[in-house]
Ligand binder design. Structure first.
Ligand code: NDP
Length: 296
């Protein structure tokens, strides 16, 4: 194996330590304790695990965690009324509605009900527009985590060829905006892209956000490229359930210069960035300067 491993778990621990330090300063100097409200509708087991983990980590960095669990059959109007209350609550600086929502709810309508200043997931249409026009926005956590790791590993990204496989609203598109902001030359590939391996081989930075286990092999990678694997796929191998990425780690690591593993790469950075976003939202709400290095 030639590639250097980019340790997302260690980097996320550093981000959480920074958030803890900054949250302590806010509490002592300004009596301000950032608060994150997480809303879970229904019983989806994976979502329950994420929500528990978010609540635990929020408390660990010295912020307030508010959990709201609603039954699957809750009418959408009740969820919207809860969001209105959270929007008006001064103790709440960040609001996250765990996706997916039950089928009878309109996710776009729900997300767009959140006050954009408290939209720590960065999915509100106002934040999408602000990011797209290079203005101060709340940035979606997963692409923000990828950007932080890349800056840390590569330094200045200006002029680099960045290829993203996947054009979702939560990963691919905001990732592209962030790369443009850092003056990369950006390509977004998707299921209709012709000759995907050739497109990917152009990349100095390759981000895989596809949702297909181990699809991106060494053949897709330019020697020395930096590979960020966003994928989280549960597969059965040798009679055991395993977590694998969208990148075939073995073959990719033979060619890449650096690569994020799954697990232990992008995943831990996503929650760390959620905590960072909540801290940033609390600073902005009070008109205080934002701590450096915790946003784009
Ligand atoms: P989506 O399903 O919303 O998007 C997948 C994208 O991949 C689509 O744009 C699709 O193209 C494209 N695609 C699918 N098949 C191919 C193919 N054969 N060739 C090229 N492109 C293809 O996924 P998400 O963006 O939500 O998530 C992607 C992955 O990242 C998943 O594994 C998910 O679990 C993981 N994830 C991890 C997070 C973390 O914290 N680490 C957070 C969020 C997601 P088209 O648009 O044409 O259909």
């Amino acid at each position: 194996m030639a590639a250097q491993i980019i340790d997302g778990k260690a980097f996320a621990a550093r981000i959480r330590a920074r958030v803890t330090e900054e949250a302590e300063k806010l509490a002592h100097r300004h009596g301000l304790i950032p608060g994150l409200a997480v809303v879970l509708v229904g019983e989806d087991p994976a979502s329950q695990v994420y929500v528990r983990s978010k609540g635990k980590q929020t408390a660990e960095v010295g912020m307030r965690s508010f959990e709201h669990k609603l039954a699957t059959e809750t009418p959408e109007s009740e969820l919207l009324a809860l969001i209105d209350r959270l929007n008006a609550d001064d103790a709440v600086h960040g609001i996250l509605v765990q996706l997916p929502l039950p089928d009878h709810m309109d996710a776009a309508q729900v997300i767009n009900r959140i006050d954009p200043a408290k939209d720590v997931d960065g999915f509100h249409v106002s934040n999408v527009g602000l990011l797209g026009t290079g203005q101060t926005a709340m940035i979606p956590c997963t692409p923000l985590g990828c950007l932080m790791m890349l800056r840390d590993h590569l330094g200045n990204l200006s002029g680099m060829e960045a290829v993203i496989v996947g054009r979702s609203n939560i990963v691919g598109k905001p990732m592209a905006q962030l790369f443009l902001g850092d003056s990369c030359t950006v390509t977004i590939a998707h299921s209709r892209t012709r000759d995907l391996p050739a497109v990917c081989r152009r990349a100095d930075i390759l981000v895989a956000a596809v949702g297909r286990p181990e699809m991106i092999t060494g053949e897709f990678i330019k020697p020395g490229a930096t590979v960020i694997d966003v994928g989280i796929n549960r597969i059965e191998r040798d009679g055991k359930m395993r977590l694998v990425g969208d990148v075939d780690f073995q073959s990719a690591a033979e060619v890449a210069g650096a690569i994020t593993p799954v697990p232990g790469g992008v995943g831990p950075m996503t929650i760390a960035c959620l905590l960072a976003n909540t801290l940033v939202a609390a600073c902005r709400a009070r008109g205080l300067p934002e701590p450096k290095g915790l946003s784009a």
